[in-house]
Design a protein around this ligand. Structure first.
Ligand code: GRF
Length: 219
């Protein structure tokens, strides 16, 4: 099996990178991570790439176009077919986003289009919503927009603070990102306008995204 070649861009902790590393450890998983790029030399996620034996690069250029040019070079020389942003905290050059359109995805810790931008968990608490979650979407030049591939829902509980809610959402992120990359690698995603059509049986995928929903439907 030829595996899809994925490049992951990080800025920090890299727990979503770790979830992807763990998914790709299964030889049956249809994607592999061939390179990791961080815009911060001190990102703890770099050690995760190193521990997994994945080539990793720090590109710290402060100029947006210079960063994009350097990142593009690394991605192309690694033969990357899909770029996955995983806690990547820089705004990307529009030309770069357009060059990788439909081949670059992001994960965001809210049910987009609700709560884009910074501190989405704080925004969810302030809005008083009963559910939040996470979203994997194709990247478009406007931040946190783009066709949605997968979402998972988590409850907002009484007494939640930002950290508790973030942890609950993060656990869902770690299921949903590997799922979304798998769906992409299996060629099951088709972008129709602003919607992503997912080919094939959806029920098992929904179970991965939202186990609580199916559990409550059964009970
Ligand atoms: C995650 O919540 C992700 O959704 C957001 O930034 C956070 C990154 O966490 N974009 P990690 O670096 O993957 O642990």
């Amino acid at each position: 099996m030829t595996r899809l070649r994925v490049g992951v861009l990080i800025s920090g902790r890299g727990s979503n990178l770790q979830a992807l590393i763990e998914a790709t450890a299964d030889p049956a998983y249809p994607a592999e991570i061939v390179t990791v790029i961080s815009n911060r030399a001190e990102a703890p996620g770099l050690a995760r790439a190193a521990a997994a034996g994945i080539s990793h690069h720090v590109i710290a250029e402060s100029d947006r176009a210079a960063f994009a040019a350097a990142a593009d070079r690394v991605l192309r020389s690694a033969g990357v077919e899909l770029v996955a942003l995983a806690g990547f905290m820089r705004i990307l050059d529009t030309g770069f986003v357009e060059a990788w359109a439909d081949r670059m995805i992001n994960i965001h810790p809210s049910l987009l289009p609700a709560f884009p931008g910074l501190h989405p968990q704080r925004q969810a608490l302030a809005a008083g919503v009963k559910f939040s979650g996470c979203t994997v979407h194709f990247v478009r030049p406007v931040m946190d927009t783009g066709p949605i591939i997968a979402q998972a829902v988590v409850p907002v509980e009484d007494g939640d603070d930002e950290d508790r809610l973030a942890d609950r959402i993060l656990a869902a992120e770690h299921r949903v990102y590997p799922l979304a990359v798998r769906l992409y690698a299996e060629g099951r995603l088709r972008i129709v306008g602003n919607r992503v059509a997912v080919a094939g049986a959806m029920a098992p995928d929904i179970a991965v995204m939202n186990p609580e929903l199916l559990a409550s439907a059964d009970g």
